[in-house]
Design a protein. Structure first.
Length: 48
């Protein structure tokens, strides 16, 4: 699995800011440092 750095939220002003990566083969996005809202978590849970 190869991840490519996409970007970081410039408006966070400190540690723990969301960082986005893309998995090269599947084009899946990985968001590090942010917690999804309950609705998004529920939607993702249906696809697993």
């Amino acid at each position: 699995m190869t991840l490519r750095f996409v970007g970081i939220d410039p408006n966070t002003g400190g540690g723990g800011s969301p960082t986005v990566w893309v998995e090269e083969e599947s084009a899946d996005l990985i968001v590090q440092g942010a917690e999804a809202e309950a609705l998004l978590k529920a939607m993702v849970g249906v696809t697993e």
